[in-house]
Design a binder for this molecule. Structure first.
Ligand code: HSE
Length: 436
Protein backbone atom coordinates (compact mmCIF):
# COMPACT_ATOMS: atom_id res chain seq x y z
CA UNK A 1 0.00 0.00 0.00
CA UNK A 2 1.17 3.56 -0.69
CA UNK A 3 2.59 5.48 2.25
CA UNK A 4 0.12 7.70 4.12
CA UNK A 5 1.22 11.29 3.57
CA UNK A 6 1.57 13.63 6.51
CA UNK A 7 2.30 17.35 6.69
CA UNK A 8 4.02 18.81 9.72
CA UNK A 9 2.97 22.35 10.65
CA UNK A 10 5.78 23.65 12.82
CA UNK A 11 9.44 22.68 12.99
CA UNK A 12 10.27 22.98 16.68
CA UNK A 13 11.32 20.49 19.32
CA UNK A 14 8.35 18.15 18.93
CA UNK A 15 8.47 18.20 15.13
CA UNK A 16 12.14 17.22 15.15
CA UNK A 17 11.29 14.36 17.55
CA UNK A 18 8.50 13.20 15.23
CA UNK A 19 10.82 13.22 12.19
CA UNK A 20 13.56 11.40 14.09
CA UNK A 21 11.33 8.69 15.60
CA UNK A 22 9.38 8.14 12.35
CA UNK A 23 12.70 7.55 10.62
CA UNK A 24 14.22 5.39 13.36
CA UNK A 25 11.13 3.18 13.78
CA UNK A 26 10.04 3.18 10.14
CA UNK A 27 9.88 -0.62 9.80
CA UNK A 28 8.22 -1.18 13.17
CA UNK A 29 5.62 1.46 12.36
CA UNK A 30 4.89 -0.07 8.98
CA UNK A 31 4.31 -3.41 10.70
CA UNK A 32 1.90 -1.74 13.14
CA UNK A 33 0.03 0.58 10.78
CA UNK A 34 0.01 -1.59 7.67
CA UNK A 35 1.63 1.11 5.56
CA UNK A 36 4.46 3.58 5.79
CA UNK A 37 3.92 6.95 7.45
CA UNK A 38 5.76 9.44 5.26
CA UNK A 39 6.46 13.10 5.98
CA UNK A 40 5.51 14.78 2.68
CA UNK A 41 6.53 18.29 3.76
CA UNK A 42 7.02 20.63 6.68
CA UNK A 43 5.75 24.18 7.11
CA UNK A 44 7.99 26.49 9.11
CA UNK A 45 8.19 30.24 9.65
CA UNK A 46 11.91 30.13 9.02
CA UNK A 47 12.62 27.39 6.42
CA UNK A 48 16.41 27.73 6.68
CA UNK A 49 16.36 27.24 10.43
CA UNK A 50 13.94 24.32 10.00
CA UNK A 51 16.18 22.70 7.39
CA UNK A 52 19.10 22.87 9.81
CA UNK A 53 16.98 21.38 12.62
CA UNK A 54 15.24 18.63 10.64
CA UNK A 55 17.91 17.62 8.15
CA UNK A 56 18.12 18.57 4.51
CA UNK A 57 15.97 15.90 2.88
CA UNK A 58 12.48 17.14 3.73
CA UNK A 59 10.65 19.69 1.55
CA UNK A 60 10.09 22.79 3.68
CA UNK A 61 7.71 25.62 2.94
CA UNK A 62 6.60 28.77 4.70
CA UNK A 63 3.07 28.44 3.23
CA UNK A 64 1.22 26.88 6.18
CA UNK A 65 -2.28 27.24 4.70
CA UNK A 66 -1.17 25.81 1.34
CA UNK A 67 0.39 22.75 2.99
CA UNK A 68 -2.55 22.20 5.37
CA UNK A 69 -4.92 21.92 2.40
CA UNK A 70 -2.63 20.35 -0.23
CA UNK A 71 -4.50 17.59 -2.12
CA UNK A 72 -1.90 14.84 -1.59
CA UNK A 73 -1.81 15.23 2.22
CA UNK A 74 -3.81 12.75 4.30
CA UNK A 75 -2.97 13.88 7.84
CA UNK A 76 -2.02 17.35 9.05
CA UNK A 77 0.08 17.37 12.22
CA UNK A 78 -0.29 20.68 14.03
CA UNK A 79 2.78 21.40 16.16
CA UNK A 80 2.71 25.19 16.17
CA UNK A 81 1.10 25.67 19.60
CA UNK A 82 -1.02 28.60 20.75
CA UNK A 83 -4.41 29.54 19.37
CA UNK A 84 -3.81 31.55 16.22
CA UNK A 85 -2.97 30.58 13.49
CA UNK A 86 -3.21 26.99 14.80
CA UNK A 87 -7.02 27.13 15.06
CA UNK A 88 -7.51 28.55 11.56
CA UNK A 89 -5.09 26.04 10.05
CA UNK A 90 -6.71 23.07 11.79
CA UNK A 91 -10.17 24.20 10.63
CA UNK A 92 -8.87 24.69 7.07
CA UNK A 93 -7.32 21.22 7.10
CA UNK A 94 -10.59 19.69 8.34
CA UNK A 95 -12.59 21.57 5.72
CA UNK A 96 -10.20 20.17 3.10
CA UNK A 97 -10.94 16.64 4.38
CA UNK A 98 -7.66 16.06 6.21
CA UNK A 99 -7.33 14.18 9.47
CA UNK A 100 -5.57 16.22 12.15
CA UNK A 101 -3.13 15.22 14.87
CA UNK A 102 -2.27 17.92 17.37
CA UNK A 103 -0.21 18.33 20.53
CA UNK A 104 -1.91 21.65 21.28
CA UNK A 105 -3.56 21.56 24.70
CA UNK A 106 -4.57 25.23 24.69
CA UNK A 107 -6.26 24.81 21.31
CA UNK A 108 -8.23 21.72 22.37
CA UNK A 109 -9.09 23.21 25.78
CA UNK A 110 -10.42 26.46 24.30
CA UNK A 111 -11.69 25.44 20.86
CA UNK A 112 -11.99 21.65 21.04
CA UNK A 113 -15.81 21.65 20.84
CA UNK A 114 -15.77 23.73 17.65
CA UNK A 115 -12.97 21.63 16.12
CA UNK A 116 -14.59 18.28 16.96
CA UNK A 117 -17.95 19.43 15.57
CA UNK A 118 -16.26 20.47 12.32
CA UNK A 119 -14.40 17.16 12.15
CA UNK A 120 -17.55 15.17 12.88
CA UNK A 121 -19.42 16.98 10.11
CA UNK A 122 -16.58 16.36 7.64
CA UNK A 123 -16.04 12.73 8.71
CA UNK A 124 -12.38 13.18 9.69
CA UNK A 125 -10.46 12.40 12.87
CA UNK A 126 -8.78 14.83 15.24
CA UNK A 127 -6.34 13.08 17.56
CA UNK A 128 -4.73 14.83 20.52
CA UNK A 129 -2.93 12.28 22.71
CA UNK A 130 0.13 14.54 23.03
CA UNK A 131 -1.97 17.41 24.41
CA UNK A 132 -2.22 15.86 27.88
CA UNK A 133 0.75 14.57 29.87
CA UNK A 134 3.06 14.35 26.83
CA UNK A 135 4.24 10.80 26.35
CA UNK A 136 1.80 9.18 28.80
CA UNK A 137 -1.04 7.59 26.78
CA UNK A 138 -3.66 8.95 29.16
CA UNK A 139 -6.23 9.92 26.51
CA UNK A 140 -6.15 6.39 25.11
CA UNK A 141 -6.35 4.91 28.61
CA UNK A 142 -9.34 6.98 29.73
CA UNK A 143 -11.18 6.97 26.42
CA UNK A 144 -10.68 3.31 25.52
CA UNK A 145 -8.86 1.26 28.14
CA UNK A 146 -11.25 2.33 30.92
CA UNK A 147 -14.39 2.44 28.77
CA UNK A 148 -16.02 -0.21 30.97
CA UNK A 149 -16.02 2.14 33.97
CA UNK A 150 -17.93 5.07 35.28
CA UNK A 151 -14.98 7.34 35.97
CA UNK A 152 -15.28 8.79 39.48
CA UNK A 153 -12.34 11.16 39.56
CA UNK A 154 -9.00 11.97 38.00
CA UNK A 155 -6.14 13.70 39.78
CA UNK A 156 -2.92 14.43 37.97
CA UNK A 157 0.46 16.07 38.11
CA UNK A 158 0.13 17.34 34.56
CA UNK A 159 2.65 20.15 34.47
CA UNK A 160 6.28 19.11 34.68
CA UNK A 161 7.69 22.60 35.20
CA UNK A 162 5.74 23.22 38.40
CA UNK A 163 6.43 19.71 39.67
CA UNK A 164 10.14 20.35 39.17
CA UNK A 165 9.86 23.64 41.07
CA UNK A 166 7.93 22.04 43.96
CA UNK A 167 10.44 19.17 44.14
CA UNK A 168 13.32 21.64 44.34
CA UNK A 169 11.53 23.69 47.01
CA UNK A 170 11.00 20.56 49.12
CA UNK A 171 14.36 18.86 48.54
CA UNK A 172 16.59 21.89 48.85
CA UNK A 173 14.46 24.29 50.89
CA UNK A 174 14.55 26.81 48.03
CA UNK A 175 12.02 29.60 47.77
CA UNK A 176 9.72 29.75 44.75
CA UNK A 177 11.70 32.41 42.83
CA UNK A 178 15.01 30.54 43.16
CA UNK A 179 13.45 27.21 42.13
CA UNK A 180 11.79 28.89 39.13
CA UNK A 181 15.14 30.38 38.06
CA UNK A 182 16.64 26.86 38.22
CA UNK A 183 13.80 25.45 36.12
CA UNK A 184 14.46 28.15 33.54
CA UNK A 185 18.22 27.57 33.58
CA UNK A 186 17.66 23.85 32.94
CA UNK A 187 15.23 24.57 30.10
CA UNK A 188 12.16 23.12 31.84
CA UNK A 189 10.28 26.40 32.09
CA UNK A 190 9.52 28.63 29.15
CA UNK A 191 11.17 32.08 29.03
CA UNK A 192 7.65 33.30 29.92
CA UNK A 193 6.60 30.62 32.39
CA UNK A 194 3.22 32.22 33.21
CA UNK A 195 1.05 29.40 31.82
CA UNK A 196 3.00 26.85 33.84
CA UNK A 197 3.32 28.57 37.21
CA UNK A 198 -0.17 30.10 37.19
CA UNK A 199 -1.71 26.66 36.62
CA UNK A 200 -3.17 27.54 33.21
CA UNK A 201 -1.31 24.80 31.31
CA UNK A 202 -2.47 22.21 33.86
CA UNK A 203 -6.03 23.55 33.62
CA UNK A 204 -6.00 23.15 29.83
CA UNK A 205 -5.13 19.49 30.32
CA UNK A 206 -7.56 18.98 33.22
CA UNK A 207 -10.40 20.42 31.11
CA UNK A 208 -9.64 17.88 28.38
CA UNK A 209 -9.49 15.00 30.87
CA UNK A 210 -12.79 16.16 32.40
CA UNK A 211 -14.52 16.03 29.01
CA UNK A 212 -13.34 12.53 28.09
CA UNK A 213 -13.93 11.17 31.60
CA UNK A 214 -17.52 12.32 31.98
CA UNK A 215 -18.79 12.84 28.44
CA UNK A 216 -19.28 16.59 28.74
CA UNK A 217 -18.07 19.38 26.43
CA UNK A 218 -14.58 20.79 27.03
CA UNK A 219 -15.09 23.67 29.49
CA UNK A 220 -11.79 25.31 30.32
CA UNK A 221 -13.63 28.56 31.12
CA UNK A 222 -15.36 26.86 34.09
CA UNK A 223 -12.13 25.56 35.65
CA UNK A 224 -10.90 26.98 38.95
CA UNK A 225 -7.22 27.77 38.45
CA UNK A 226 -4.64 28.60 41.11
CA UNK A 227 -0.92 28.26 40.47
CA UNK A 228 2.09 27.93 42.75
CA UNK A 229 3.46 31.48 42.77
CA UNK A 230 2.25 32.21 46.31
CA UNK A 231 3.43 28.91 47.75
CA UNK A 232 5.99 29.24 50.55
CA UNK A 233 8.59 26.65 51.51
CA UNK A 234 7.39 27.07 55.13
CA UNK A 235 4.13 25.37 54.13
CA UNK A 236 5.94 22.60 52.28
CA UNK A 237 7.88 21.92 55.52
CA UNK A 238 4.82 22.02 57.78
CA UNK A 239 2.93 19.75 55.37
CA UNK A 240 5.84 17.31 55.50
CA UNK A 241 5.75 17.24 59.32
CA UNK A 242 2.07 16.34 59.08
CA UNK A 243 2.78 13.50 56.62
CA UNK A 244 1.84 15.30 53.38
CA UNK A 245 3.47 16.53 50.18
CA UNK A 246 2.27 19.56 48.22
CA UNK A 247 1.69 19.01 44.50
CA UNK A 248 0.02 21.11 41.84
CA UNK A 249 -2.88 18.83 40.94
CA UNK A 250 -5.40 18.97 38.15
CA UNK A 251 -8.53 17.43 39.64
CA UNK A 252 -11.84 16.53 38.06
CA UNK A 253 -14.48 14.67 40.02
CA UNK A 254 -18.06 13.56 39.50
CA UNK A 255 -20.32 14.40 42.47
CA UNK A 256 -24.09 14.26 42.96
CA UNK A 257 -24.26 18.05 42.53
CA UNK A 258 -22.13 18.27 39.40
CA UNK A 259 -18.57 18.02 38.19
CA UNK A 260 -15.56 19.53 39.92
CA UNK A 261 -12.81 20.90 37.68
CA UNK A 262 -9.94 22.57 39.47
CA UNK A 263 -6.19 23.13 39.51
CA UNK A 264 -4.46 24.20 42.70
CA UNK A 265 -1.61 23.30 45.04
CA UNK A 266 -2.83 20.32 47.05
CA UNK A 267 -1.64 18.46 50.13
CA UNK A 268 -1.64 14.72 49.46
CA UNK A 269 -0.54 11.95 51.84
CA UNK A 270 3.20 11.36 51.45
CA UNK A 271 2.67 7.61 51.17
CA UNK A 272 0.57 7.81 47.98
CA UNK A 273 2.56 6.79 44.88
CA UNK A 274 1.68 10.04 43.14
CA UNK A 275 3.07 12.06 46.06
CA UNK A 276 6.48 10.63 45.19
CA UNK A 277 6.52 11.77 41.59
CA UNK A 278 9.47 14.14 41.49
CA UNK A 279 11.17 16.52 39.09
CA UNK A 280 9.60 17.22 35.72
CA UNK A 281 7.74 13.88 35.57
CA UNK A 282 3.95 13.68 35.17
CA UNK A 283 1.53 11.20 36.74
CA UNK A 284 -2.22 10.76 36.61
CA UNK A 285 -4.47 8.72 38.90
CA UNK A 286 -7.80 7.66 37.41
CA UNK A 287 -10.43 6.20 39.71
CA UNK A 288 -12.96 3.99 37.93
CA UNK A 289 -15.94 2.37 39.65
CA UNK A 290 -15.00 -1.10 38.41
CA UNK A 291 -11.21 -1.01 38.23
CA UNK A 292 -10.54 1.19 41.28
CA UNK A 293 -7.49 3.46 41.15
CA UNK A 294 -5.06 3.23 38.23
CA UNK A 295 -1.84 5.24 37.96
CA UNK A 296 -0.05 6.44 34.81
CA UNK A 297 3.46 7.84 35.05
CA UNK A 298 5.98 9.18 32.56
CA UNK A 299 7.49 12.16 30.81
CA UNK A 300 4.98 14.93 30.22
CA UNK A 301 7.11 16.93 27.81
CA UNK A 302 10.20 16.77 25.64
CA UNK A 303 10.95 16.05 22.02
CA UNK A 304 10.74 12.26 21.76
CA UNK A 305 8.26 11.62 24.60
CA UNK A 306 5.80 14.01 22.94
CA UNK A 307 6.64 12.54 19.53
CA UNK A 308 5.77 9.12 20.98
CA UNK A 309 2.19 10.33 21.56
CA UNK A 310 1.95 12.12 18.21
CA UNK A 311 3.11 9.01 16.36
CA UNK A 312 0.70 6.76 18.28
CA UNK A 313 -2.06 9.04 16.98
CA UNK A 314 -0.60 8.80 13.46
CA UNK A 315 -0.72 5.01 13.67
CA UNK A 316 -4.32 5.12 14.94
CA UNK A 317 -5.43 7.48 12.20
CA UNK A 318 -3.61 5.43 9.55
CA UNK A 319 -5.35 2.24 10.71
CA UNK A 320 -8.79 3.90 10.76
CA UNK A 321 -8.26 6.10 7.70
CA UNK A 322 -10.57 4.01 5.52
CA UNK A 323 -13.00 3.00 8.30
CA UNK A 324 -16.60 4.21 8.32
CA UNK A 325 -16.54 7.35 10.56
CA UNK A 326 -19.35 5.73 12.59
CA UNK A 327 -16.93 2.99 13.63
CA UNK A 328 -14.24 5.29 14.99
CA UNK A 329 -13.73 6.14 18.67
CA UNK A 330 -15.61 9.41 19.38
CA UNK A 331 -13.30 12.40 19.86
CA UNK A 332 -14.48 12.98 23.43
CA UNK A 333 -14.98 9.27 24.25
CA UNK A 334 -18.80 9.49 24.23
CA UNK A 335 -20.95 9.68 21.13
CA UNK A 336 -21.68 13.33 20.27
CA UNK A 337 -25.46 12.85 20.57
CA UNK A 338 -24.98 11.28 24.03
CA UNK A 339 -22.98 14.09 25.64
CA UNK A 340 -24.20 15.23 29.07
CA UNK A 341 -24.79 18.77 30.23
CA UNK A 342 -23.93 18.08 33.89
CA UNK A 343 -22.80 21.45 35.28
CA UNK A 344 -19.24 22.22 36.31
CA UNK A 345 -19.58 23.32 39.93
CA UNK A 346 -18.48 26.79 41.03
CA UNK A 347 -15.59 26.60 43.47
CA UNK A 348 -17.86 27.69 46.36
CA UNK A 349 -19.66 24.33 46.07
CA UNK A 350 -16.54 22.19 45.87
CA UNK A 351 -16.04 19.89 48.86
CA UNK A 352 -12.49 19.30 50.06
CA UNK A 353 -10.32 19.33 53.17
CA UNK A 354 -7.95 22.16 54.06
CA UNK A 355 -4.56 23.03 55.48
CA UNK A 356 -4.57 26.39 57.23
CA UNK A 357 -1.59 28.32 58.58
CA UNK A 358 -2.24 31.29 60.80
CA UNK A 359 0.38 33.64 62.21
CA UNK A 360 -1.12 34.58 65.57
CA UNK A 361 -0.33 36.34 68.81
CA UNK A 362 0.93 33.71 71.27
CA UNK A 363 -1.50 34.46 74.09
CA UNK A 364 -4.34 32.85 76.03
CA UNK A 365 -7.62 32.26 74.23
CA UNK A 366 -6.36 32.63 70.64
CA UNK A 367 -6.68 28.94 69.81
CA UNK A 368 -10.10 28.83 71.48
CA UNK A 369 -11.29 31.74 69.29
CA UNK A 370 -10.08 30.01 66.13
CA UNK A 371 -11.58 26.62 66.94
CA UNK A 372 -14.87 28.30 67.98
CA UNK A 373 -15.16 29.95 64.55
CA UNK A 374 -14.53 26.63 62.80
CA UNK A 375 -17.01 24.84 65.09
CA UNK A 376 -19.65 27.52 64.40
CA UNK A 377 -19.14 26.93 60.67
CA UNK A 378 -19.54 23.17 61.13
CA UNK A 379 -15.94 22.56 60.09
CA UNK A 380 -14.27 19.68 61.90
CA UNK A 381 -10.55 19.83 62.74
CA UNK A 382 -8.49 16.78 61.79
CA UNK A 383 -5.06 17.81 63.14
CA UNK A 384 -3.55 20.79 64.86
CA UNK A 385 0.05 21.88 65.31
CA UNK A 386 1.67 24.93 66.85
CA UNK A 387 5.23 26.03 66.23
CA UNK A 388 7.42 28.85 67.40
CA UNK A 389 7.58 31.20 64.48
CA UNK A 390 11.16 32.04 65.28
CA UNK A 391 10.74 35.68 64.44
CA UNK A 392 9.11 38.46 66.43
CA UNK A 393 8.27 38.31 70.10
CA UNK A 394 5.11 36.56 71.21
CA UNK A 395 4.05 35.23 67.80
CA UNK A 396 3.50 31.69 66.63
CA UNK A 397 2.22 29.70 63.68
CA UNK A 398 -0.91 27.62 64.18
CA UNK A 399 -1.36 24.93 61.55
CA UNK A 400 -4.66 23.14 61.19
CA UNK A 401 -5.88 20.34 58.95
CA UNK A 402 -9.65 20.13 58.58
CA UNK A 403 -12.03 17.44 57.46
CA UNK A 404 -14.05 17.93 54.28
CA UNK A 405 -16.21 21.03 53.99
CA UNK A 406 -17.40 23.29 51.21
CA UNK A 407 -15.21 26.09 49.91
CA UNK A 408 -18.00 28.56 50.72
CA UNK A 409 -18.00 27.56 54.39
CA UNK A 410 -14.24 27.73 54.53
CA UNK A 411 -14.22 31.17 52.87
CA UNK A 412 -16.64 32.47 55.50
CA UNK A 413 -14.68 30.94 58.39
CA UNK A 414 -11.37 32.32 57.07
CA UNK A 415 -12.91 35.80 56.78
CA UNK A 416 -14.04 35.64 60.43
CA UNK A 417 -10.67 34.35 61.66
CA UNK A 418 -8.79 36.94 59.60
CA UNK A 419 -10.80 39.69 61.34
CA UNK A 420 -9.55 38.64 64.81
CA UNK A 421 -6.96 41.11 66.19
CA UNK A 422 -4.84 38.15 67.29
CA UNK A 423 -4.41 36.97 63.66
CA UNK A 424 -1.36 38.91 62.52
CA UNK A 425 -0.90 38.00 58.83
CA UNK A 426 -2.94 36.78 55.86
CA UNK A 427 -4.14 33.24 56.53
CA UNK A 428 -2.59 30.62 54.24
CA UNK A 429 -5.08 28.09 52.90
CA UNK A 430 -4.10 25.05 50.82
CA UNK A 431 -6.58 22.38 49.82
CA UNK A 432 -6.00 18.78 50.86
CA UNK A 433 -7.06 15.57 49.15
CA UNK A 434 -6.65 12.06 50.53
CA UNK A 435 -7.05 10.49 47.03
CA UNK A 436 -8.64 7.38 48.50
N1 HSE B 1 4.98 23.32 29.95
C1 HSE B 1 4.50 21.97 30.00
C2 HSE B 1 5.00 21.33 31.29
C3 HSE B 1 4.96 21.22 28.80
O1 HSE B 1 5.79 21.92 32.01
O2 HSE B 1 4.58 20.23 31.60
C4 HSE B 1 4.06 20.10 28.40
O3 HSE B 1 2.75 20.48 28.15
Amino acid sequence: MNPIQIALLGAGTVASGVVKVLERNREELRRRAGREIAVAAVAARNPDKARAALGGALPITSDFEGLATRPDIDIVVELIGGISPARELVLSAIAAGKHVVTANKALIALHGNEIFAAAQARGVMVAFEAAVAGGIPIIKAVREGLAGNCIEWIAGIINGTTNFILSEMRDKGLDFATALAQAQALGYAEADPTFDIEGIDAAHKAAILCAIAFGVPVQFDKAYVEGITALQSTDIRYAEKLGYRIKLLGITKRTEQGIELRVHPTLIPANRLIANVEGAMNAVVVQGDAVGPTLYYGKGAGSEPTASAVIADLVDVTRLHTADPEHRVPHLAFRPEAMHDIPILPMAQVVTAYYLRLRVADQAGVLADLTRILADAGISIDALMQREAGEGEGQTDVIMLTHDTTEARMDAAIARMQALPSVLAPIVRIRKEELR
